[in-house]
Design a protein. Sequence first.
Length: 231
Amino acid sequence: MSNQALSTNSPRIGLIHALEESVIPIRDAFSRLWPEAQTADLLDTSLAVDLARTGALNQAMRERFLTLGRYAAAGNGTQDTQAILFTCSAFGPAIDAVKADLSIPVLRPNEAAFEEALSNSTRIALVVTFAPSLPSLTQELEDMAKAKGKQIHITPILAEGALAALKAGDGAGHDAAVLSVCNNLGAQDVILLGQFSLARAAKALQPHVDCPIITTPDSSVRALRRLVASS
């Protein structure tokens, strides 16, 4: 759980992470965009490791996500959880199983950012640093566009070495790797940084590109705030 003071007057939001590097970006987004919210963190770093080993989501992984979702939704005994956000971008089908299982709003990590990108963009550069995320996120974005009857062109980009640099404590190296792969993208309507851990690179990247940059933490917090307010 975060260090925020507990208050029954604050909406309780469950956050479920597969990477330690996702925790700080989403906490920062909440502090700037929705400081009144009370966040409760669950971290299981074995999820990303196991997915990388197996190469695909299996039923055991889906069951683990259902368990995490139900745990987060249970609240603290005196206060219900009002929404859940997953910050791990490579697990879309498992998160959809949690959506179907729970009655409260559940957001995939990229859901709000993809909606934002599709609202006014057709040429979208999708950047990730975790290789298993790229095929699933590209497909997810294509499916969302198709459901809206919208034609888009996606430029999928893997910033190799960036995540390893971040895990080694080299934030500048992470940002430099992202900047390097985004230097010659050609004309884009938007650059979508498709992982929570990537949000930190937006500040360094923006002066070097001619289009807006969307980050998943900021988009997610804005969407969660709207969902809770309307429920």
